[in-house]
Design a protein. Structure first.
Length: 251
């Protein structure tokens, strides 16, 4: 069955909007894990606008206590600065099971594109090697339909994460056939190259089932924005269990 990793960034956004400790990111993560989530995802950005470096050790301890994975997302090329020692240094501190590399710029609101995988990829390969030396599984964020997805294997990463934002937009517009076809083709090509396949961005209870039915072999979905929004009405426990029910029906 596809695993669910809950992204708790939005909980940190609420906390940081007022300062202080509430809502408590660690308590939210624990509630998700108690409900059966298979892991926790975070994206500590250099501008510290949601998850911050100080959140990582307790989240790593919580996921370890539940025997599940911590997935840390980030741009490996973002330079260190006060409060942000760099992605490799953060991962060196907590040794997450998985690191998902994304090509975000500093001012980007959210992850909205994958690596192009064009030209000389030696710099990216060097970054991947650094994370693998820490014992992390490395996943690269890629667009559905990227014609060079097989190059992810060339740089030493073990998985891709398909950017599902365009699929979610197409689903909401009423016709997701072309977007699903692009996602499915990307997944098959990655798997043929020996890569595992994750997916994430704007997946929700409304569109997750159709996605998993159409795209083969998805190992993990990372879901945060929609899940936290839905939990405002139903609660974290019920919402996580609803997602697990969808995964069970399509796995």
């Amino acid at each position: 069955m596809t695993r669910l990793s809950v992204n708790v960034n939005k909980v940190a956004v609420l906390r940081n909007s007022r300062g202080g400790r509430e809502p408590d990111v660690l308590a939210a993560a624990r509630a998700c894990l108690a409900a059966g989530a298979h892991g926790i995802t975070v994206h500590p950005r250099p501008d510290r606008r949601h998850i911050v470096a100080e959140d990582l050790p307790p989240l790593a301890a919580a996921t370890a206590g539940y025997g599940v994975e911590l997935n840390i997302e980030g741009n490996p090329f973002a330079p260190p600065r006060p409060g942000y020692p760099g992605l490799l240094a953060l991962c060196g501190q907590v040794r997450p099971a998985q690191v998902t590399l994304v090509p975000d710029s500093d001012g980007q609101l959210t992850s909205d594109h994958g690596f192009a995988l064009e030209g000389d990829l030696q710099a990216l390969a060097d970054q991947v090697a650094g994370f693998r030396a820490l014992g992390c599984r490395v996943s690269l964020f890629v667009d559905a339909g990227n014609p060079r997805v097989e190059r992810v294997a060339e740089v030493g990463a073990q998985r891709i994460e398909i950017y599902t934002g365009p699929y979610a937009e197409a689903h909401a517009a009423g016709d997701a056939r072309a977007a699903l076809s692009a996602c499915a083709d990307t997944a098959r090509r990655a798997q043929a190259a020996g890569l595992g396949v994750n997916a994430g961005h704007d997946l929700s209870q409304a569109n997750l089932g159709q996605f998993l039915a159409a795209v083969p072999g998805i190992e993990e979905v990372s879901i945060g924005h929609a899940l936290v929004g839905e939990a405002l009405y139903a609660g974290l426990d019920a919402t996580v269990r609803a997602y697990l029910g969808i995964l069970g029906r399509t796995g």
